[in-house]
Write a protein that binds this ligand. Structure first.
Ligand SMILES: [Zn+2]
Length: 169
């Protein structure tokens, strides 16, 4: 009687192992699509930002701002540059100015523009203005890459499924 139980138990365990190793289920990482979306790394770098005072008019200072950027990728990109003027003397940060920029593959680009800030110090005493820049990639986009868990098949064994399930806890 006891021997029969042991054999039954052994068969159940063996069957379970065969099932979890061979039966395929939908891949939990890509949900069966075989590919996952991944975000590309930012590939445009800011090389320099230069702010140059030009003139004061109507209670505002006019500054020439030049932004030097370089596209390290081999793609056409539309990016947005946020420029933040900061006056160290008055310890004041002005609101962002956004520029939309199109940049070609491996291109180095110089973008020039004018920003205006209030004239705090009166005539002929212009601000000690610094401009910082930050880029955002509106359409850098998601790239489809082959799912690393199922290698693009969209299916995994129950064993692999369990591994993912357990590692998420
Ligand atoms: Zn997958």
């Amino acid at each position: 009687m006891q021997r029969k139980y042991l054999i039954a138990l052994f068969i159940i365990i063996l069957t379970s192992f065969i099932i979890i190793d061979t039966v395929q289920v939908t891949c939990p990482q890509c949900e069966g699509k075989g590919s996952i979306k991944s975000f590309s790394q930012p590939t445009v770098e800011i090389e320099n930002v230069i702010a140059k005072y030009t003139t004061t008019a109507c209670g505002y200072e006019w500054w020439d701002v030049t932004l030097y950027i370089k596209n390290n990728s081999d793609k056409n990109l539309t990016i947005r540059a946020y420029l933040t003027p900061f006056d160290a003397k008055a310890n004041k940060t002005y609101s962002n100015i956004a520029w939309n920029i199109f940049i070609g593959p491996k291109e180095s680009k110089t973008i020039n523009g004018t920003i205006t800030v209030p004239d705090f110090y009166g005539f002929q005493m212009h601000s000690d203005l610094k401009v910082s820049a930050r880029l955002s990639y509106d359409n850098l986009g998601e790239e489809e890459t082959v799912c690393p868990l199922c290698n693009g098949s969209g299916k995994v064994t129950i064993l692999n499924f369990m591994k993912v399930y357990l590692s998420k806890r």
